[in-house]
Design a protein around this ligand. Structure first.
Ligand code: ADP
Length: 263
């Protein structure tokens, strides 16, 4: 619980800091781009040297890239705005099969495994899509020489003990797993992999925001994300999302008897 608290406090602090900084930067960049517009207008087109043109274009290019980055950061700090809908993770994954195939490329064998028709969960389907895509991109990056990527869904009833191990309330969950046969993570990496801005990838390749978004999304949907990774063998990231019973569903079945909960 302490770990979870630490993580969510960190997410909150980083979210606020990022949001504040991104907002200020955005204002500054609006000033820079506005001044470049004025400068360009004042210089006109005739009297302009090639050299001056190059400088202006370079300045504008950098300012625009900075503005795009700022917008990504703003979106990250505002990720709280979710639009939850009844969603079936197996159907959502099936609908993304082509996109995932194209994203990971032909060197990676993609398998979709659905144990049974999956239960419905209440979550923002767009966020679930981007979480799934993030996990597939990480899997691809971990398998530069190719390998196997499995997207699996299953329905799980967690009794007191199983739920406690996952830091969840006992009950029914839809599990969505992304497993790769890639390089895996050493303990120091998997311990920090959910931290915002933690990345082992070179600058320009990784932002370190992918897994922290996945984690935040799962938590905000009442569930949990867990990493299982073996260096040299591969990584599995599992999302547990609580089952949602709509008006059309039968009333909740009995929970399995399981162990009496001593806590
Ligand atoms: P990014 O991918 O931008 O680095 P993430 O938050 O998605 O940010 O991941 C953080 C780090 O966790 C990665 O830099 C990498 O070291 C590690 N990681 C994530 N997914 C995997 C994976 N499937 N296999 C091996 N390492 C991974």
């Amino acid at each position: 619980l302490e770990e979870q608290l630490r993580q969510s406090q960190k997410m909150e602090a980083v979210g606020q800091l990022t949001g504040g900084l991104a907002h200020d930067f955005n204002n500054l960049l609006t000033g820079v781009i506005g001044s470049l517009d004025l400068l360009e207008a004042r210089l006109g087109t005739d009297g302009r040297s090639m050299e001056l043109d190059r400088y202006l274009m370079a300045a504008r290019g950098s300012a625009e890239r900075a503005a795009a980055l700022t917008h990504r950061l703003l979106a990250f700090s505002r990720r709280q705005t979710l639009d939850p809908r009844p969603t079936r993770p197996d159907a959502l994954a099936a609908g993304m099969e082509e996109l995932v195939r194209r994203t990971v490329g032909p060197a990676i064998e993609l398998q979709l495994r659905h144990e049974a028709e999956s239960w419905t969960t209440l979550c923002d389907p767009n966020q679930l899509e981007s979480a799934l895509l993030n996990l597939c991109i990480n899997a691809r990056d971990a398998m530069p020489a190719g390998g196997r990527l499995v997207i699996a869904t299953a329905n799980r009833r967690l009794d007191g003990r199983a739920a406690r191990l996952l830091d969840l309330a006992p009950g029914c969950y839809v599990m969505l797993e992304v497993a790769d046969t890639g390089e895996g993570m050493p303990r120091e990496v998997s311990a920090r992999a959910f931290d915002p801005f933690f990345t082992t990838k070179p600058i320009g390749k990784g932002t370190g925001l992918g897994l922290s978004m996945v984690y935040g999304f799962a938590r905000q949907s009442g569930g949990r994300a867990v990493i299982n990774s073996q260096p040299g063998q591969g990584t599995t990231v599992s999302l547990y999302l609580p089952r949602h019973l709509g008006a059309e569903d039968a009333p909740e079945e009995e929970m399995p008897a399981g162990e009496p909960d001593p806590a």
